[in-house]
Write a protein that binds this ligand. Structure first.
Ligand SMILES: Cc1cc2nc3c(=O)[nH]c(=O)nc-3n(C[C@H](O)[C@H](O)[C@H](O)COP(=O)(O)OP(=O)(O)OC[C@H]3O[C@@H](n4cnc5c(N)ncnc54)[C@H](O)[C@@H]3O)c2cc1C
Length: 465
């Protein structure tokens, strides 16, 4: 153990109530891994905090020793920011308490909750918090970056539904941020990521949702570009109740796909309707009649079933790499680039994810939160997903190659939670006209850039990067 991390350990050992895990400890290896298997680092110390006081002690000790520190909720940072080599990980794994007030439709949850923890509690009252689509994702990282998912078109981004944050800032003090208290920080925390402190509690609004209509279908051959064009034309007029996304990928070898189409390139559609089922059925029937889809399914699902449906597609420990961006206009040439790239996709479970924001999320004024661009509705996420380290180069090169083709037509901007770890130069681009204000708030709350393992907003005059 190096000397400085040894100092942190000694400082914590006297007062820490949670678990302190060092290399060689029984639980260390299980605790060190994060979701993205590409990121295999070895922290000098993992501090699994039991409560807010533990977080304060850990921040103070690490700041005093000048130890590089990662903050972890669910460990799903695509970029791998929730771990580090040799430094400290402040892990909120044990801080998953949650309270739901069904009458006021509000909840408070601790900074270590996963989306599945929140859904399980809120659904008991028939309520839902708008968040992501995979239940093992951490809520803190997702909400702080913005948070997109099935409910966004109807109820806004996750961060639009937060009314208050409690956090430990870089000097170890606990402060609250809301519309009334520290409003600048409240603004920054809604989209600005983990730059400002360790959030120990979120206060959020909930919405009544307990079941949804779900539809799926796949298009092949010439119907692949055709369905993307249909989607492009349809979504700008679609009701907010509908979320329709398309993944360009390889058809799986599953029973519902006709045998001769398995393993072929496909446009896989997923549709969710929230609201009046009769209207929903007619909208879904219409959408699922476009471009000859096969393997069509339509069903009514519980919200919990919807929220866990994609869990198995993104298992822990595989290798993942992403590049993402926005389009204001998705023209035919870019659709062609994507469809052509699909022919050489190196992994059958990688995908080009196309989603359309719009709706309530897009109606929030641009300056109201720090979240990046809400005005470019088409979001493209190139998501590489493979198992063998020997395939790293081919998969990363494929993503970078396609991204380079699409990039000139993209609107400047990117969703920070879909960025990989090699894109630091794009962080100002992600925030655009909000950047200077973010830098000012960062400089005020974290002048030494203690919280720097993130899509980093560097404070003025900090030498740490
Ligand atoms: C399988 C999968 C599915 C996803 N689906 C969606 C989706 O549907 N919608 C969407 O918007 N995004 C989605 N994402 C992206 C997701 O929002 C980010 O990966 C996010 O960082 C995950 O949060 P986490 O808490 O698990 O991250 P972690 O890896 O634990 O943390 C990432 C960063 O968040 C910050 N952080 C974490 N906890 C705290 C805290 N308590 N206080 C302060 N800062 C903190 C830190 O900067 C940390 O480096 C998905 C990611 C994966 C891997």
């Amino acid at each position: 153990m190096c000397k400085v991390i040894g100092e942190v350990y000694s400082a914590l050992r006297r007062q820490f109530r949670g678990d302190l895990l060092r290399p060689g400890d029984d639980e260390y290896d299980g605790a060190r891994g994060i979701w993205n298997g590409m990121v295999a680092r070895k922290p000098g110390l993992i501090a699994r905090c039991a409560d807010v006081t533990d977080v304060q002690i850990a921040v103070r000790a690490a700041a005093a020793a000048g130890v590089v520190t990662a903050i972890r909720c669910g460990g799903h940072s695509l970029a791998g920011f929730s771990t580090c080599d040799d430094g400290l990980v402040i892990d909120l794994f044990r801080m998953r308490a949650l309270r739901v007030d069904a009458q006021t439709r509000r909840a408070r949850f601790e900074g270590g909750c996963l989306l599945g923890n929140i859904d399980a509690s809120t659904q008991k009252a028939g309520l839902a918090f708008p968040a992501g689509v995979v239940s093992h994702t951490g809520a803190a990282g997702l909400v702080l970056g913005g948070g997109t998912g099935w409910l966004n078109r109807l109820h806004g981004l996750s961060c639009d539904n937060v009314t208050g944050f409690t956090l430990v800032v870089s000097d170890g003090s606990v402060i609250r941020a809301s519309a009334e208290e520290n409003p600048d920080l409240f603004w920054a925390l809604r989209g600005g990521g983990g730059n400002f402190g360790v959030v120990t509690e979120f206060e959020v609004n909930l919405h009544p949702v307990s079941s949804v209509l779900f539809g799926a279908g796949m298009c092949f051959g010439d119907d692949i570009p055709a369905i993307v064009q249909q989607w492009r034309e349809f979504m700008p007029q679609a009701p907010d109740n509908l979320r329709w996304g398309i993944s360009l990928t390889i058809a799986p070898h599953t029973e519902n796909v006709p045998a001769h189409l398995r393993g072929r390139t496909a446009a896989s559609q997923g549709l969710v309707w929230i609201g009046d089922p009769e209207k929903g059925r007619s909208v879904m029937d219409r959408v699922l009649s476009f471009c000859n889809p096969v393997a069509v399914t339509k069903s009514e699902l519980s919200f919990l079933a919807l929220q866990t449906m994609a869990d198995a597609e993104f298992p822990h420990g595989r290798r993942y790499y992403t590049k993402s961006g926005y389009f204001k206009v998705l023209d035919d040439q870019n659709i062609r680039h994507m469809v052509e790239a699909l022919a050489t996709i190196p992994s059958p479970v990688s995908q080009i994810e196309l989603s359309y924001l719009g709706g309530a999320a897009a109606r929030v004024p641009a300056g109201e939160t720090a979240f990046g661009d809400r005005s470019s509705p088409f979001i493209v996420n190139l998501l590489g997903n493979w198992a063998d380290p020997g395939d790293d180069d081919a998969n990363i090169a494929w993503i970078r190659g396609l991204f380079a083709q699409l990039r000139p037509s993209m609107t400047p901007g990117v969703y920070v939670n879909f960025m990989s770890g090699d894109e630091q130069e794009r962080v100002p681009e992600a925030y655009r006209e909000r950047w200077d204000r973010l830098v000012g708030i960062k400089t005020h709350y974290d002048p030494d850039n203690f919280f720097r393992l993130n899509q980093n907003v560097r404070p003025q005059k900090s030498s740490r990067s």
